[in-house]
Design a protein around this ligand. Structure first.
Ligand code: FAD
Ligand code: DHB
Length: 389
């Protein structure tokens, strides 16, 4: 099999890159480890920066998002005594979109099917070869047979546990990591949202986030110890804990119901540099992970795709290879700023086990500064709605 760009991973990064390349007449083949049903069932991100919204439009997949997504002009940060409103619209002129990652992925699969793109699911034992040659190839197992895909470029869109990053030799790769001592327990429940905008709550009992998918589907989270499992958290225990962590005026409005999904995600900051090695380009979670507190994971994947796709088109059309040479540095400049923001939001809003009284005072002072300084709120809003591509 031959293609111009081989894409490893059929998550949001791989699908969006493929869709944008296909629309420019570039051929792609996507190799995905899981079934489509499995990819579509993974409940993850919920907030799209406006730059991501525009890129999805550019990819021709904006129609359902426009009809069903919910634009949000602000969010709340709170502690036990204060609710701080961050008015994105007033502070930056921009807003974000509530539209789940599962919906983005569904729309992209539909668009790719309409485009006739080859997407192979349930592939295994993927190996990338000849990255330093004019043409590279990938060997993989599909339907019990070992197969070969020849290509000019390889896009490593295979997430944190994928093979692409590990194909780059150890002596070339530099990794930066911070693992946080807690996770987020998230539930989906078919109940009306407790508030019309998101609430990020730093309570004395720990962090909670009230988010949503639509007017009758909520996504709520609580900070939990890493040792906890989903089995430790009955629905009743979740609702009791969540309601004492959100501001009391919101808790009075809380409607509870059965959970339809429940999962725990550990929190981590991670960057692997460089993003390019020979004909291989790392995109999205394959290269970096942010803790979810700033809602940046999916949005960073989209900005990587933005930086890569036009430069791949230029290179493959024989125009210029300057763009692909610059991809790693351009994408990393934005990635590190989102890393900083996500780390800062995480530090400001969570209780760390064993922390000293000084750390607690710093958190309180940071929130108090936000409550009283429009400049501080504007800085937070500018980062939350997304730095320019
Ligand atoms: P992925 O979505 O990980 O997709 C990679 C794809 O590659 C997968 O489909 C995988 O099956 C496939 N793959 C892996 N290995 C191979 C292989 N060897 N061969 C072929 N295919 C392979 N972000 C937020 O903003 N908010 C959130 O609340 C949030 N929650 C999250 C919860 C969890 C549990 C996780 C893991 C992430 C969460 N994120 C969140 C981050 C966000 O979902 C990711 O940033 C986003 O999915 C990145 O997209 P991606 O396509 O780069 O990677
Ligand atoms: C959601 C997840 C986040 O990490 C976040 O910061 C905001 C919203 C969500 O799943 O809706």
């Amino acid at each position: 099999m031959d293609t111009q760009v081989a894409i490893i991973g059929g998550g949001p990064s791989g699908l969006l890159l493929s869709q944008l390349l296909n629309r420019a007449g570039i051929g792609t083949v996507i190799l995905e480890r899981s079934s489509r049903a499995h990819v579509l069932a993974r409940i993850r991100a919920g907030i799209l920066e406006w730059g991501t919204v525009e890129l999805l439009h550019e990819a021709g997949v904006g129609a359902r998002m426009d009809a069903e997504g919910i634009p949000h002009d602000g969010c709340y940060l709170s502690d036990d005594s204060t609710m701080i409103h961050i008015d994105f619209k007033e502070l930056t002129g921009k807003r974000v979109m509530v539209y789940g990652q599962t919906e983005v992925t569904t729309d992209l699969y539909a668009a790719q099917d309409a485009m006739g793109t080859t997407i192979l699911h349930d592939v295994s034992e993927v190996e990338i070869h000849d990255l330093d040659q004019a043409k590279s190839h990938i060997e993989f197992t599909h339907e019990g047979t070992r197969k070969r895909l020849n290509c000019f470029y390889v896009a490593g869109c295979d997430g944190f546990h994928g093979v692409s990053r590990r194909t780059i030799p150890d002596e070339i790769r530099r990794e930066f990591e911070r693992v946080y001592p807690f996770g987020w327990l998230g539930i989906l429940s078919e109940t009306p949202p407790v508030n019309d905008e998101l609430i990020y709550s730093n309570s004395s009992h720990g962090f909670a986030l009230a988010s949503m998918r639509n007017e009758n589907l909520v996504r709520y989270y609580v900070q939990v110890p890493l040792s906890d499992t989903v089995e430790d958290w009955s629905d009743q225990r979740f609702w009791d804990e969540f309601s004492r962590r959100i501001p009391s005026e919101a808790a009075r409005r809380l409607v509870t119901g059965p959970s339809i999904e429940k999962s725990i995600a550990p929190l981590r900051s991670f960057v692997s540099e460089p993003l390019r090695w020979g004909n291989l380009f790392l995109v999205g979670d394959a290269a970096h992970i942010v803790p979810p507190t700033g809602a940046k994971g999916l949005n960073l994947a989209a900005s990587d795709v933005y930086y890569l796709y036009t430069t791949l088109i230029d290179a493959l059309n024989g125009k210029s290879t300057t763009g692909i040479d610059e991809y790693s540095a351009r994408a990393l400049a934005r990635i590190w700023k989102a890393m900083r923001f996500s780390w800062q939001m995480t530090t400001m809003l969570h209780r760390f086990d064993g922390e000293d009284a000084f750390a607690e005072q710093m958190r309180k002072a940071t929130l108090s500064h936000l409550a009283h300084s429009e400049t501080a709120r504007r800085d937070l809003a500018e980062n939350y709605i997304g730095l320019p591509f």
